[in-house]
Design a protein around this ligand. Sequence first.
Ligand code: ADP
Length: 251
Amino acid sequence: MIRFQDVTKRFGELTVLDDLCFSVYPRKHVTLIGPSGSGKTTILRLLMTLVKPDEGTITVDGEHLTHEERNGKLVPAGEKHIREVRKKIGMVFQQFNLFPNMRVLRNVTEAPVHVLGMSKDEAEARARDLIELVGLTDHIDKYPTQLSGGQQQRVAIARALAMRPKVLLLDEVTSALDPEMVAGVLDVLRDIAHTTEITMLCVTHEMSFARDISDCVMMFDKGRIVEAAPPEQLFGDPRHQRTRDFLRSVQ
Ligand code: ADP
């Protein structure tokens, strides 16, 4: 579903990702852990096409993010191609970025209606299901400012799923929340991981969440994968000293 092949990303002199290769298979949940500044968020931003790789190729569901095929040749991807591939990807950020002037229901229906061209009725029916899934049916007519941070983040999750993405990217989705709000958001994500077919790529500092939902955990340092393994192994018996040091520092 996701493939990075020899991807290098630099910001000026700084090499943030160094010849990175990895794949995420359909319906798998992969978590990226590692110290701050190791390049985890840059991976998500590359997938969102917010930044471009300097070298290498990235594909999502078999489609190149950086290139498209024209007349049998790979050429740099045009806007239209990028928009189409982007529809396969949903993202939830640390800051929820809801539309402040819209009620919960409309926050969830807006993009399906205006970007996917879904009918209003169909979008609303689906939004109601998703709002129920994230436990906010009682708040469906509220504005974002009338909700707690944790509730707003759950709306953001419903909004991302409303676009029926094949891939869900989660970037430290609990970092901006008060501690008592974290569990509710993680429970919703656990539920989604265990009951849907979506492929997930998460950056998180919540090790117990990573342990719970991941098929594979990738430990990053300085733009490289130090080790990648199923959570039982990576947390229970890490192979590398760097991983052991990192896990000790976050526990
Ligand atoms: P992580 O998510 O692991 O904390 P990031 O991917 O956010 O790491 O950042 C990796 C490195 O890239 C950091 O040193 C950061 O300062 C740098 N960086 C990220 N985005 C930019 C940018 N737009 N311009 C310059 N440097 C950046």
